[in-house]
Design a protein around this ligand. Sequence first.
Ligand code: GRF
Length: 195
Amino acid sequence: MASNLSKIAVLVSGSGTNLQKIIDDTKSGRVAGQVALIVSDREDAYALERGKTQGIPSFYIRKDPDRLLEVLKEHQIELIVLAGYLSILEIEIVDKYPNRIINIHPSLIPKYCGKGFYGIHVHSAVIKAGEQFSGATVHFVDKGIDTGPIILQQQIAVLQGDTPQSLQKRVLEVEHEILPKAINFVIESWGREQS
Ligand code: GRF
């Protein structure tokens, strides 16, 4: 049965816990879309296994924007979600999908983002600076690094005795909460544009 659900591509590099949450929420109907494509820039990313287990077309593509554009087109992708994707998306892709690419970042942008701020490095810097709060941000991807318009942000307290690892774990839980919500916001906004 041809599905009229919005077709989502998820770009990953690691374990894919954000990807898994999107898959689960699209299957339950909480997210108004379907994961039609998964692409990783790391051949050994467990996220690729998660896709294959679900029968979702999953590809290893690295530094090959032409090939990436080809599979995005082939799978009629309408929304690209960067979920723990560590490469900088090539400008050809950003240009081709204006306001159709979103990224999840594990800090309260504009703090602790940009070059070098990824994974555990973000949380180490937050702890080192003695911040009282941290959190996660979903934003549109533009030509900068972590600089596009913010869609959704949620903060949490940094606890006494938090280590970068314990903070990362709690921030990841926030990511799992706000990424599906942000996907719904964006997809619903398309409907408002047409009406
Ligand atoms: C995590 O560090 C997360 O904060 C960031 O990407 C990394 C991997 O997430 N967004 P995932 O488990 O691969 O979704």
